[in-house]
Design a protein around this ligand. Structure first.
Ligand code: 6R9
Length: 637
């Protein structure tokens, strides 16, 4: 496919355009996006095979892509590779052995520094403990931990022995954790005695206790000591990690499992349109190739870089771009446990200054949140080490983009607005440093990705017209299936337009072919960049004794992007009150997690429904925003 289909001419673009400076171009791995794109698309398999050569394989693949059973594509078939080996062991053979892998800092000022060799020892020890607890290749392990080094260490240890990790973001509460443990049938849950946020202890162990009470698959709970406050331990089931790690079986090297390229590496649950969260399955081989390549080219990672991705490792961004890709690239990363504003709103900027961060990757919500405190906080800090910035998770409004560019990047640092999803494994529509930028646009597809915005019938939308964002070819980082539910995988992603991946996002392209992501077209919300399903919020609400029926929608929120608004019908005998509204908000936060706390609860007598009984959230949203209600032909009386 000619690159013209993607973009007219990136040297002459319309609108507010930021062209790369000579310094940025000078340093960039990729200096000519259009010709690289063209080359990749001419022979996808050759392109990805060449990328895969940069990793270390126990055995090379026989075939790059097997598309004989669409949409269940297989990549690097016959290849043997282990992502942990590429992230850790590989560096033992070079000078990077003693390079800093991780600078970790906690809210209270505690610090840890781990070299690649330290990481190697820690991962081996952890893997030995997992084995001692009976964990074997293919077993599922749920990880529910605060943002401490043992979180990536536990993930890597699972990968090392071929166990499949399922990390649940520690901001989720009992119900969310329980359903994820259940669905994956995890044999082991790894947690910590607690974490810190805003000066308070987060009780991760107690949440795990409640969540596993009804989970018969769980044999053991492994507890990393972090806060050292008292937590209940169930004899025979619960073990403190440090106590096991001292024992003889935990010492020495734990052999790396020679996993198949298509062996599952992890399950990561995301919210979908209905009920149960979907377990996206990512694998050792193609996923490794994809995130390695995207990170290397988009963030131009070199040995001298200090990389800081502020996300939580429990989110896909953390899996791909805190844990696996930076380590495979041999980069030095920063990880921070705590709130961005603790104790002052310049905490993040002080971290950039202290570690000399060169690339900062964060969310629009965080940028908008910190922007509110004014320019003085960042201005008092040295931010001159920064050379590149990034954002992810939701559309960035041009105002926040410009602030980030001007106040944080001092007009020198291009912003990589990376559009992607848990399902895609890594960046899909994203600039590279050599690509001219437009505020609010994720720009153009990564080489090897054919994307478009199409109408109901699959025809490309003309410039400026909103349509569905689709991906028109397979890529190595794609999720392989939904855990235990391949039919739902086909139905959700590959049925609307056979042969194309349906993203669930709407977007438009401008006259230059640049992509602007508008938002979800399904019942998925993005609250502060976190993905939540309206169905999860609604089922939490109806679990409260006062609630008969509930509907949740997202409405624009100045900082969070979207805020949750709920419409509730009470059961007979309950009367609306401010106190009850507050109780319901608390209830949702307690069940799902603080991020799911609704902005507002509206008590109503009726909900707009289709004749088949489905709540028309679109109508609620239109009414709340004072917009036209659209087609109401399916609305019941
Ligand atoms: C990585 C991640 C996926 C959804 C996606 C879209 C939104 C992500 C974005 C963006 C606009 C960006 N999204 N990046 N929207 N611009 N740069 O966020 O994965 O949690 O699975 O969410 O996030 O709506 O469909 P995930």
């Amino acid at each position: 496919m000619a690159v013209k289909e993607i973009v007219a001419d990136i040297r002459h673009l319309s609108g507010e355009v930021y062209y790369p400076s000579p310094e940025v171009l000078e340093r960039a791995y990729i200096k000519d996006y259009p010709s690289l794109y063209q080359r990749a698309m001419q022979d996808l398999e050759a392109f990805w095979a060449e990328r895969a050569e940069e990793l270390e394989w126990f055995r090379k693949w026989d075939r790059v892509l097997d598309d004989s059973n669409k949409p269940f594509y297989k990549w690097f078939v016959g290849g043997k590779i282990n992502i942990c080996y590429n992230a850790v062991d590989r560096h033992m053979k070079t000078w990077r052995k003693n390079k800093v892998a991780l600078y970790w800092e906690a809210e209270n000022g505690e610090r840890r520094v781990l070299s690649y060799y330290d990481l190697y020892r820690e991962v081996n020890r952890f893997a030995n403990v997992l084995k001692a607890l009976g964990i074997r290749k293919g077993d599922r392990v749920t990880i529910y931990m605060p943002r401490i080094p043992e979180l990536p260490i536990a993930m890597l240890a699972c990968a090392r022995i071929g166990a499949i990790h399922s990390v649940v973001f520690a901001g989720f509460s009992v119900e969310a954790l329980h359903t994820r443990i259940e669905d994956s049938k995890s044999r082991l849950v790894i947690t910590a005695d607690g974490g810190y946020l805003n000066g308070r202890i987060v009780e991760t162990k107690r949440t795990v206790d409640e969540a596993v009470r009804r989970s018969p698959s769980v044999e053991h709970v492994l507890v990393v000591r972090r806060t050292r406050h008292e937590v209940p331990m169930e004899p025979g089931r619960d073990y403190f990690y440090d106590e096991l790690a001292r024992l003889p079986f935990a010492q020495g090297e734990c052999p790396v499992e020679e996993t198949d390229a298509e062996d599952p590496l992890y399950i990561l649950y995301t919210s979908g349109t209905t009920g149960a969260p979907k377990g996206q399955v990512h694998v050792h081989g193609g996923y490794a190739v994809y995130i390695y390549t995207t990170m290397k080219w988009v963030f131009d990672i070199k040995d001298e870089d200090i990389w800081w991705c502020t996300a939580d490792p429990g989110w896909v961004t953390g899996h791909s771009y805190i844990v696996y890709a930076p380590l495979m690239l041999g980069a030095t990363s920063v990880m921070y446990e705590g709130a961005p504003t603790y104790p002052y709103p310049d905490r993040w900027w002080s971290i950039v200054e202290k570690y000399g961060v060169t690339v900062l990757y964060t969310t629009p919500t965080a940028i908008r949140g910190l922007m509110r405190f004014g320019d003085e906080w960042p201005n008092r800090r040295h931010l001159s080490s920064l050379r590149l910035l990034g954002t992810v998770g939701e559309p960035i409004n041009p105002e926040a983009w410009r602030w980030y560019y001007r106040v944080i990047g001092k007009g020198r640092c291009p912003i990589m607005d990376t559009w992607w999803m848990t399902e895609t494994g890594g960046f899909m529509i994203t600039p590279m440093p050599c690509v001219p930028l437009k505020p609010g646009s994720a720009t153009l597809p990564f080489p090897g990705i054919r994307a478009d915005v199409v109408d109901e019938n699959g025809n490309p939308c003309p410039p400026g017209v909103e349509g569905y964002l689709v991906i028109q070819n397979p890529w190595p980082g794609m999720s392989r299936t939904l855990y235990g539910d391949p039919d739902r995988y086909v139905k959700t992603y590959w049925s609307k337009y056979p042969g194309w991946f349906f993203t669930g996002d709407s977007a438009r392209r401008d006259e230059d072919g640049y992509f602007y992501i508008i938002g979800r077209v399904d019942d998925v919300l993005k609250v502060s960049g976190y993905r939540l399903g309206t169905a999860e919020i609604e089922s939490a609400l109806v679990a409260h004794p006062a609630v008969a029926e509930a509907a949740a929608i997202g409405l624009p929120h100045e900082v969070k992007g979207e805020g949750i608004h709920c419409y509730v019908i009470l059961k007979a005998g309950y009367t609306p009150s401010e106190a009850l509204a507050e109780e319901l908000r608390q209830h949702v936060a307690q069940l799902i997690g603080p991020i799911a706390r609704p902005e507002a609860i509206h008590f109503v007598d009726k909900l707009p429904k289709t004749r088949s009984g489905k709540i028309m959230r679109r109508v609620l949203r239109a009414r709340a925003l004072g917009l036209p209600e659209g087609d109401l032909s399916t609305l019941e009386e």
